[in-house]
Design a protein around this ligand. Structure first.
Ligand code: SF4
Length: 373
């Protein structure tokens, strides 16, 4: 076993877990199962809109009725997911929901749909683990408190089941000795250790204290904390000597590989054949807005959008029918980027607003750039 650089900007000794392999391909749906969590980690990245609230999200898509999570299946289909990572909050705060969703996903997408779950040790009991195992969970990752070892023994409960077990923690500068103590404890109890690069966050939850504690970003473009990488290498070496397979997951892997791959997969599904998919997985497309539906418009959207867009389309008979799609949600007609420029004058003459838009392929389709042409 040797610590080697992977092709996704991370470092690894031993085999990458199945959950991580699918994650880097962008094939893992992030299932935020509840924002409830009894732990208050000072590096907790969860936003104030989610933490402490019993809300469910499939990637960026809020599940309106958790009893009937139709959005979950649609998001898994649109992102071409072959697995899911259940996160929170602490998923064990709502173990029944976890089990229900694990069963639903496996039923819908097959038994091979790989599901892993993250949990702190606060809510771990033999009964809850048994329920998750019976529901079909494939991999469980624990997130122990590095400042307090009183619950670490709960980890042993997971070993009796036939799933993969791991520990996943951030590499915190100054916490080298505490983390080594944890590594000593887990070396013969889990299948792998995942070290995450510690990251700053814009969250406004009160227990997020990274900035107050003096942690700073390593450069101007990253949320990665200065010194975390060095700590991770020291800890990875230590785990490696104990023959514990270890993966150091960098901030660059998450944003530059995993997220990008997930966006590309979704862009393939939600984009039009004439859209351009960028290297980052964003969509570039031509758009025709009504005067009051353009993204920069401050005027509230009006009623009867479908009818108004159909009327607008009739005036655009110089565009080929197979190159126009009505997007009711955003009150616009989507056309090829080249057509927005080419037919700009005619579109404006028809009282409409042509633009070239670069946007996320996610459910909210957030625009990152709008150029009126
Ligand atoms: S266990 Fe996770 S959700 Fe809970 S406080 Fe820690 S980082 Fe936040």
């Amino acid at each position: 076993m040797d610590i080697t650089k992977t092709k996704h900007y991370s470092w690894c000794a031993g085999q990458l877990s199945e959950g991580c392999r699918k994650c880097v391909q962008g094939r893992k749906l992030v299932l935020f199962i509840t924002g409830i969590c009894p732990q208050k980690c000072f590096y907790c990245p969860v936003s104030e809109h989610k933490f402490g609230h019993d809300v469910v999200y499939a990637n960026e898509w809020k599940i309106e009725n958790p009893e009937n999570p139709v959005e979950l299946f649609e998001e898994a289909r649109l992102t071409q997911a072959t697995g899911a990572g259940i996160t929170g909050g602490d998923p064990l705060a709502n173990v029944e929901r976890c089990c229900k969703y694990i069963r639903l996903l496996k039923e819908r997408f097959s038994k091979r749909f790989h599901i892993h779950l993250y949990t702190s040790l606060m809510l771990v009991t033999k009964e809850r683990l048994q329920k998750l195992y019976d529901a079909g969970l494939d991999e469980i990752r624990f997130h122990p408190d590095l400042d307090d070892d009183k619950l670490w023994n709960n980890l042993k409960l997971a070993k009796t089941f036939g799933w993969k077990t791991g520990v996943e923690i951030p590499a915190i500068p100054g916490y080298e000795e505490k983390t080594k103590k944890l590594i000593d404890f887990i070396a013969d109890k889990v299948d792998f250790l995942n070290l995450n690069e510690l990251e700053l966050s814009d969250t406004e939850i009160p227990h997020f204290k990274l900035r107050e504690k003096g942690f700073k970003p390593k450069d101007n473009v990253s949320y990665g904390v200065g010194g975390s990488e060095k700590t991770a290498f020291e800890l990875a070496e230590y785990a490696f000597r104990k023959k514990l397979p270890v993966h150091f997951c960098t901030a660059k892997l998450k944003d530059g590989v995993q997220m990008k791959n997930r966006f590309k997969l979704r862009a393939q599904m939600v984009g039009q054949p004439y859209d351009i998919i960028t290297e980052e997985g964003l969509l570039i497309r031509g758009c025709i807005y009504l005067p009051d539906t353009a993204p920069a418009s401050k005027i509230p959207k009006q009623e009867n959008i479908t009818g108004r867009l159909n009327d607008a389309l009739e005036k655009l008979n110089f565009l080929k029918a197979d190159k126009t799609v009505i997007d009711e949600k955003k009150g616009r007609i989507v056309i090829p980027k080249s057509h927005a420029r080419q037919y700009s004058k005619q579109i404006k003459k028809a009282g409409l607003v042509p633009a070239i838009v670069e946007e996320y392929p996610t459910v909210d389709g957030l625009e990152v750039d709008v150029e009126y042409v």
